[in-house]
Design a protein around this ligand. Structure first.
Ligand code: FE
Length: 140
């Protein structure tokens, strides 16, 4: 991974073989980024996406292999119990240009991944919501 900072934004490149979610989390930790947004695109050949079943309060995940365009990826950066917490969704398009979308658990870069990370000067923590079964923004 390489990056350059311009004002409150980072231009980021993640390279072949690197796992995107883990790399972005490490990047945020190292640069003390606690709130912000991530917009990116690129290519992956191994990804795990999920869908949250609200009734069952359970994630169903699916692994995709083979060439896929990340078109696009969008995520937010916050914290949970003071740790960096990423929430990322993505659409992944296959050879037939068909898209599979969902909550992105992981994606290994096959060619390149390019992102703009916008840092917000602040902090919003998350808390587990019993009713929804997810870690929601907690403004208290
Ligand atoms: Fe999600």
């Amino acid at each position: 991974m390489e990056y350059k900072k311009f004002g409150n934004k980072y231009i980021v490149r993640i390279d072949r073989g690197e796992e995107i979610v883990e790399t972005l989390k490490k990047f945020c930790e190292e640069n003390h980024i606690r709130l912000g947004t991530i917009m990116g695109l690129g290519a992956t050949n191994k990804a795990k996406i999920g869908l949250y079943n609200i009734k069952e309060k359970k994630y169903y995940s699916k692994e995709l292999t083979g060439d896929h365009e990340i078109a696009p990826l969008y995520g937010n950066i916050s914290t949970m119990k003071s740790e960096v917490y990423l929430h990322i969704h993505a659409n992944l398009c296959n050879q037939e240009n068909k898209a599979f979308g969902g909550h992105l658990n992981s994606a290994v870069v096959s060619a390149t991944f390019e992102a703009v990370i916008e840092v917000i000067d602040g902090e919003v923590d998350r808390a587990f919501d019993e009713e929804i079964g997810l870690n929601l923004y907690n403004f208290k």
